[in-house]
Design a protein around this ligand. Structure first.
Ligand SMILES: [Zn+2]
Length: 217
């Protein structure tokens, strides 16, 4: 099945894209408890996404949010930096729509927590690629958990694991094959190993093992 093969009809022939709501239930804590000061302060439930049709399945997941993805504001938000959505996701957004500024993922993590503003009431994700979807799901985990981020490698483990579990859980509606998921799992594990190496830490986690991840979905 091709990506988004399970979705019938884009809402606009001229700029085809699919709108879906993905299930994003919270995972248990998979990292040392000291990593988060507000773990699961707000339980994640779902993420509304707009995906280009066809979705780019080829761009690899290498370690940072790619271009062609953005979190769009569902309504006015006065406390987070914004930029015109079309600058980042082109015609996946309407001309008047605004997006969270790409540099402001950390600001959103901090501000959503301090205001107890629930992400799903404020933001949706638009992306042209599976890579963008993976990072959007990763960021979605950040938005529901807060930490001092003074141990980035460990912090990111929770977000990577959540992204992978959510990707697997929603694979049928996304039209993804198990091989697409395994490819992203291996790529995120490679990114994580480099983070631990950079911090001079041993890579001692089973959070990227397929069997463990699939036990949560
Ligand atoms: Zn992150």
């Amino acid at each position: 099945m091709s990506a988004l093969g399970g979705v019938t009809g884009s809402d606009n022939e001229a700029r085809p894209h699919a709108r879906l709501v993905l299930d994003t239930p919270p995972l248990p804590l998979m990292v040392p408890p000291r990593i988060f000061d507000g773990f699961a302060w707000g339980a994640s439930t779902s993420l509304e996404v707009r995906l280009a049709c066809p979705l780019d399945l080829d761009t690899p997941t290498l370690g940072r949010n790619p271009s062609g993805m953005a979190f769009l504001f569902l309504h006015d938000c006065g406390f987070l930096p914004r930029e015109l959505a079309r600058l980042h996701v082109g015609d996946l957004a309407d001309a008047e729509e605004w997006a969270l500024a790409p540099y402001a993922i950390d600001d959103a993590t901090d501000e959503l927590y301090s205001r107890r503003a629930h992400p799903c009431e404020l933001l949706c994700l638009a992306t042209r690629s599976l890579d963008g979807l993976v990072w959007g799901l990763h960021d979605w985990c950040h938005f529901h958990n807060h930490g001092p981020f003074d141990e980035p490698a460990w912090t990111e483990v929770q977000c990577d694991a959540s992204a992978l579990v959510w990707l697997w859980r929603n694979r049928a509606r996304l039209g993804l094959e198990a091989t697409h998921w395994e490819e992203r799992r291996a790529q995120l594990e490679a990114v994580a190993r480099r983070r631990f190496e950079t911090e001079g830490l041993p890579f001692e986690t089973d959070a990227y093992q397929a069997e463990r991840l699939l036990s949560f979905s």
